[in-house]
Design a protein around this ligand. Structure first.
Ligand code: PLP
Length: 377
């Protein structure tokens, strides 16, 4: 067996990543499989409760006949479809391999060593990861009552701040800030700081004072809105997101992105799912119905549920031994029900539960009731 000294000598000769890379805590996604042989109820990744439109599945399958062809590198037809759907110019849309890719591209384009990337305390973890990946410093601003605090964000801006990421609604809290608060945040930022409005869950919001970001992108040169097909559209496996940008930012992203960063299957399914408006409305309604049902049920069980406008709930478990979030998670996992622990988001006493099919919500609520009753048989 090689000695420790020769091992460390060998390691020092290996290619070394840039400083800071090994400090990144790799993103851990929601678990997808229970114990072998057990039925899995996966409520751990905020996917669509009812899945994709059958028309999107058919479009995806049809691409199988031309797998040897490269995708359209400019995602022309998809951008036209998104532009027509949302009534925005297609040349200001850049598509990505999930909005995750666009977050990494934006951070790499606008921040680097010595720069700061600002986000809200319980904000989406890919923001700090993308900052660390390029040697920039992630900076967290405190939240108030699990909600973005615009004053705290503005107070954390320094001359080194290059990007502010705002998930609105936020994951994992499910809370949002109204359009006028977002406008106040933008108004308080220097014009050379990029404000990225990540509206991954925008379609689920039913609040008259909410705006995903279109208006600010239209009038400002330093605002980008990110959207995804992974949530309402139910296409998480295909990895498809898009950015609505000022022309100069679209130009930057188009220089940096891979030449064929969005697969043909994702482009085809994206176009088909946008066209199936009835299905999208059904998916929205489903979420609304079961989000309310599950909120009420878990509240009746005595749990503290953060009011959510998205397709998941953040639930606080008691601190008392036998009733904690960690114990609840183990109990539910043993029954094949997978929720999401959110300790990495600074919320060790909470679990996040996605809105699944109706019977999945019922099964999860009933298992949580058993757990709280101490019925661990
Ligand atoms: N932004 C937020 C706030 C999210 O919660 C997620 C996924 O969970 C994403 C972005 C990434 O989505 P995508 O699947 O498009 O990469």
């Amino acid at each position: 067996m090689p000695s420790v000294t020769s091992e460390s000598l060998a390691a020092s000769k290996r290619p070394q990543p840039r400083p800071g890379v090994m400090a990144i805590a790799a993103y851990v996604g929601g678990r997808s499989k229970a114990e072998p042989g057990q039925r899995t109820i996966k409520l751990s990744s905020n996917e669509s409760g009812i899945g994709p439109s059958p028309k999107a599945i058919a479009a995806f399958k049809a691409v199988g006949d031309s797998l040897y062809r490269y995708p359209d590198g400019s995602a022309h037809d998809l951008r036209l479809a998104i532009g027509a759907h949302f009534d925005i110019p297609a040349d200001r849309i850049v598509c990505g391999n999930g909005s995750d890719e666009l977050i990494h591209l934006l951070t790499g384009a606008y921040a680097g060593p010595g720069d700061e990337v600002l986000y809200s305390e319980h904000g989406f973890l890919v923001y700090p990861i993308s900052a660390q990946a390029v040697g920039a410093t992630p900076v967290k601003a405190p939240e108030r009552d699990l909600r973005t605090d615009v004053d705290a964000l503005l107070a954390a801006v320094t001359p080194a701040t290059r990007i502010v990421y705002l998930a609105n609604p936020n994951n994992p809290t499910g809370t949002y800030i109204p359009a006028e608060e977002v406008a106040r945040l933008h108004a308080g930022l220097p014009p050379d700081v990029l404000l990225v409005l990540d509206a991954a869950y925008a379609e689920f919001v039913n609040a008259s004072d909410y705006e995903a970001g279109f208006r600010l992108v239209e009038k400002a040169e330093n605002v980008v809105m990110l959207r995804t097909f992974s949530k309402l559209y139910g296409l998480a496996a295909l990895r498809l997101g898009w950015a609505y940008c000022p022309p100069a930012v679209a130009d930057v992203l188009n220089r940096l992105r891979g030449p064929f960063n969005v697969s043909s299957a994702a482009q085809a399914a994206g176009i088909a799912s946008l066209a199936d408006r009835d299905f999208l409305e059904r998916a929205r309604q489903h979420n609304e119905t079961w989000r309310l049902w599950l909120t009420n049920r878990l509240t009746q069980l005595g749990l503290d549920v953060t009011p959510s406008v998205a397709n998941f709930l953040l639930v606080r478990f008691p601190d008392e031994a036998g009733r904690t979030a960690a114990e609840a998670d183990a109990f539910l996992t043993a029954r094949g029900i997978l929720l999401r622990r959110v300790s990495a988001y600074g919320l060790p006493a909470h679990l996040r539960i996605s809105i699944g099919l109706g019977e999945e919500c019922e099964a999860a609520a009933s298992a949580i009731a058993d757990f709280l009753r101490g019925d661990h048989g």
